[in-house]
Design a protein around this ligand. Structure first.
Ligand SMILES: [Zn+2]
Length: 456
């Protein structure tokens, strides 16, 4: 009986496994041919023809260094993968991508063969995408404009008409956006070999849409500003948030030590369920804003002076910011003996602070826990602006793709000059390997655009 049940169970799991794989295959806009092409860092298309024709130099600089680029896809399963390849000339059909200026360039592509298993591979310079008709830099400019700088799709189409004779349709641009949002940000970052600090800021943004209440949930690493998780959800209850956090945790290969967040209980509980033994710090700014609101109501009711209001605010803020432990915070709260603090409106805030004291002092105890959630809040602001601009995402799947794309672009595009970390991307701040390439080529080098079923 046991063996029959086992057999049934195995069959069911197997079926599920295949249906998931097929689903992914159907969803993807690219074929899995991509795993037979390897990318090497080369950004200058003017010097590329000379380089690719110089057999000796190409061998030394690309073929003999292929193992460094952590490519391992496309070999026969029996392959020993010693990382040795022999050169077998050029691909029969060269690539002809559209480049800036609208010209179609002819790019010869070298091929190699694995010495162990005999499989053949194309070697693409990083300025070429794996499957697309356009040069990768054009795609980079377009997705960056739409996802970070609030350009509209219409504006982008007009610009493309001028810079490279236009694209055939909106669909081409949708495909590029889909392409950027296919991988979960955590999957992309792990693939590119960076790790998080182990500390995160988490927050949910309420997105008001006609007739709908939806939310975005995001997690950002305060040390390097990497967006590790973003999701689009219908509810912010514990079960939904657990599901969302699971998507993140199953993709990372490092431990989450602590999270700074607001005091929303459902998300605290969900975090505790998904991540074990987690330090949780509550955001001071959220707490101070609530106290400020309570003070405004208190002032309306009691007609007290504005000086009195700022004096009370100052006292409360000092307790919150100078307490180095739960005990000290409680002692300091008891010493607040102004009558005003006994008013129900303010008393309620003090009680909340006391109740959650342990979470409000975590930033003093653990170094990685930040005092506020300002970094994730900033990212959620960009997302909110985008959602307002396009007005509505009725389709949950495309909303998810767009948001993941935004996170991926944010992680790899350097900050503009004038910003605190000008010319550095979160990926660079996290010590990611850039090979001195433009951002979208960095993603290409790290196989961001390799969508094979076994990549998920
Ligand atoms: Zn092989």
């Amino acid at each position: 009986m046991i063996s029959v049940e086992l057999e049934k169970w195995l069959y069911k799991v197997f079926e599920q496994h295949w249906s998931i794989l097929n689903e992914i295959r159907d969803r993807l806009p690219v074929s899995s041919r991509g795993e037979k092409s390897y990318i090497f860092p080369w950004t200058d298309r003017l010097t590329y023809p000379d380089f690719v024709n110089d057999r000796k130099r190409f061998k030394a600089e690309v073929v003999e260094r292929l193992f460094e680029y952590s490519h391992a896809t496309g070999h026969k399963s029996s392959c020993k993968r010693s990382g040795k390849y022999k050169m077998i000339g050029f691909r029969g059909t060269p690539r002809k991508p559209v480049t800036v200026g609208g010209k179609q360039e002819i790019i010869p592509i070298r091929m190699v063969q694995c010495i162990d298993c005999g499989e053949k591979f194309s070697l693409l310079p990083s300025f070429l995408p794996r499957e697309k008709h356009f040069s990768i830099d054009i795609i980079g400019i377009v997705v960056q404009g739409i996802m970070l700088f609030s350009q509209s799709i219409n504006a982008v189409l007009e610009n493309l008409k001028i810079s490279c004779q236009g694209v055939k349709s909106r669909q081409t641009i949708f495909n590029w956006l889909r392409w950027m949002g296919t991988l979960h940000p955590a999957a992309a970052l792990v693939r590119a070999g960076v790790t998080g600090s182990g500390y995160l800021q988490e927050d949910e943004g309420f997105e008001k849409e006609p007739g709908l209440r939806t939310y975005t949930v995001a997690m950002v690493d305060p040390r390097n500003l990497l967006v590790w998780h973003i999701d689009y959800i219908d509810h912010v209850d514990e079960a939904t948030l657990c599901q969302s956090f699971e998507k993140f945790v199953e993709r990372i290969n490092f431990k989450i030590i602590g999270v700074t967040k607001d005091k929303w209980k459902a998300s605290t509980d969900a975090l505790k369920t998904v991540f074990h033994r987690l330090w949780i710090g509550f955001c001071h700014r959220h707490c101070l804003t609530k106290f400020h609101d309570a003070l405004s109501k208190y002032q309306k009711e009691t007609k007290c002076s504005s000086e009195e209001v700022s004096r009370l605010y100052g006292k409360f803020k000092k307790v919150l910011e100078t307490s180095a432990s739960q005990v000290i915070l409680e002692v300091k709260l008891r010493s607040l003996n102004d009558n005003a603090f006994r008013h129900p409106l303010l008393q309620q805030r003090l009680n909340e602070l006391k109740e959650n004291a342990v979470h409000y002092v975590t930033n003093k105890i653990r170094n990685g826990i930040t005092k506020t959630t300002s970094i994730v809040d900033n990212f959620l602001k960009i997302v909110k602006r985008k959602l307002r601009q396009v007005e509505s995402f009725r389709d949950k799947e495309s909303a998810g793709i767009l948001f993941r794309g935004m996170a991926n672009v944010r992680n790899f595009v350097p900050f503009l000059s004038g910003a605190k970390n000008a010319h550095k991307s979160p990926f660079m701040l996290a010590q990611g390997e850039t090979y001195d390439l433009p951002w979208i080529q960095v993603m290409n080098m790290h196989n961001f655009f390799l969508f094979t079923p076994n990549a998920f």
